[in-house]
Structures are given as structure tokens and as C-alpha cells.
Design a binder for this molecule. Structure first.
Ligand code: HEM
Length: 189
């Protein structure tokens, strides 16, 4: 009985933990985010494999042991999906939140430009033009640059996410990128 009274009067009673509203906008943003991160991880993993495993064994020769075409297809698919999902993520964040600080836009611009460079480098490292063949002959050098740019993109992605996104009052649940700040969240309590 005393416990019950104390529980009802204590000012430090834990607040209800909010949950997102699981509507269509939530799932669209979720799918887009999963596509974005998995395609980014696929490119990073492929480049790390080439840098760490394939390039040292190729010694300026065929980097792919006959599998170049397959990797080129993977690079193309990941590039397309990263652009589509990244543009959608940006639209959801830009339209669903209050004005983001200039730092956010500067970092997003740097991430976008680095991403364009990575798309071009990864395509050339998997390509069959004469320029691509010359770059593949110096694969260690170009893989170093591609890997550094990819790692910088991952750091920038994490920093962008750490900048608070404050949802507009009527924002939809698509602001899944910053779920804990969102005022429209349902509570399960
Ligand atoms: C090599 C290409 C790219 C890689 C590896 C990459 C990787 C990432 C990663 C790891 C995140 C953090 C995801 C999370 O924690 O949920 C992220 C976030 C994001 N990316 Fe990309 N990305 C790439 C290209 C792009 C492009 C081309 C666009 C735009 C068209 C874009 C737009 C975004 C947006 C809007 C976010 C969310 C930032 C935020 O949380 O405020 N990305 N990206």
C-alpha cells in the first residue's frame, strides 16, 4: 500500500517511451534507409575486398580473375539505388523537419560530391574502356583514393545523422531518421 502511494506521488515516475507510428510513410522511409545503407555497405565491402585481397595478388594484372562484368553490374545497381534512396531520404528529411542548420547542408554537399567521385571511380575500376584499363593497371593507387572517399562518406553520413532533426509540428511519421525527437510519435504506455 505504501509502495502504491509512493509510486503515485513520486515526481520521478518514468515517462512513457514513445514508438513510431507504423504507417505507409514510416515503411517507405525505412525501406529507403535500408536500401541506402546496404548498397553503401556493398560498395565499401567490394572495394575493401579488391584493395585487401585482389590487388596484392593481381600485381597490375587482371584484378577480377574474369569476374569484372559481374562486379560492374553490382556497382551499377548500387549506384542507381544509392542515388534514388539518397534523394528520397533527403526529401523526407528536408520537407519533414524544421530548417536544418547551414552546417548540415555543407556536410551534405561534401558527402554528395564525394559520392559522385566514388561512383565514377568504382565504375572506372570495373570498366572496360582504355581509361578504365589504365586505371586498373594502377589499381592500388586508385583503390586507395576510392576507399578513403568511401570512408569519409560513412563518417559524414554518421555526422549528418547526429545533427538534430526537429520535425515540423504536422510532420508525418516518415521522419523515421530522427524518431526520438518526433512529437507525432505514438506511445505504447
Ligand atoms: C557511395 C555513396 C554513398 C554512401 C556509401 C552513403 C552512405 C550513407 C550512410 C552510411 C548514411 C547513414 C545512414 C544511417 O545511419 O541511417 C547515409 C545517410 C544519408 N545519405 Fe548517403 N551515401 C551515399 C550516397 C548518397 C547520395 C548520392 C545521396 C543523395 C542523393 C545521399 C543522401 C543521404 C541522406 C539524405 C542521408 C541521411 C542523412 C541524415 O541522417 O540526415 N547519400 N549515407
Amino acid at each position: 500500500m505504501l509502495d502504491l502511494l509512493l509510486a503515485q506521488t513520486t515526481p520521478l515516475a518514468p515517462a512513457a517511451v514513445p514508438l513510431p507510428v507504423f504507417d505507409a510513410a514510416y515503411f517507405a522511409a525505412l525501406v529507403s534507409r535500408v536500401i541506402h545503407t546496404t548498397c553503401g555497405a556493398t560498395l565499401l565491402g567490394g572495394i575493401v575486398y579488391l584493395w585487401w585481397v585482389a590487388a596484392p595478388r593481381a600485381a597490375g594484372g587482371d584484378l577480377y580473375s574474369g569476374g569484372r562484368r559481374a562486379w560492374a553490374g553490382c556497382v551499377g545497381a548500387c549506384t542507381g539505388l544509392l542515388i534514388l534512396s539518397g534523394a528520397y531520404n533527403f526529401w523526407v528529411i528536408y520537407t519533414g523537419n524544421q530548417k536544418l542548420p547551414p552546417l548540415y547542408h555543407a556536410l551534405f554537399g561534401a558527402k554528395f560530391l564525394l559520392a559522385l567521385a566514388v561512383f565514377a571511380l568504382a565504375a572506372l575500376l570495373a570498366g572496360k574502356t582504355s581509361l578504365a584499363a589504365r586505371m586498373q593497371a594502377k589499381s592500388r593507387f586508385w583503390l586507395n583514393i576510392t576507399l578513403a572517399a568511401l570512408l569519409a562518406i560513412f563518417v559524414l553520413g554518421a555526422v549528418l545523422k547526429s545533427i538534430p532533426h526537429i520535425p515540423k509540428p504536422a510532420a508525418s511519421a516518415a521522419t523515421v531518421m530522427a524518431p526520438l525527437d518526433a512529437p507525432h510519435l505514438a506511445s505504447y504506455a
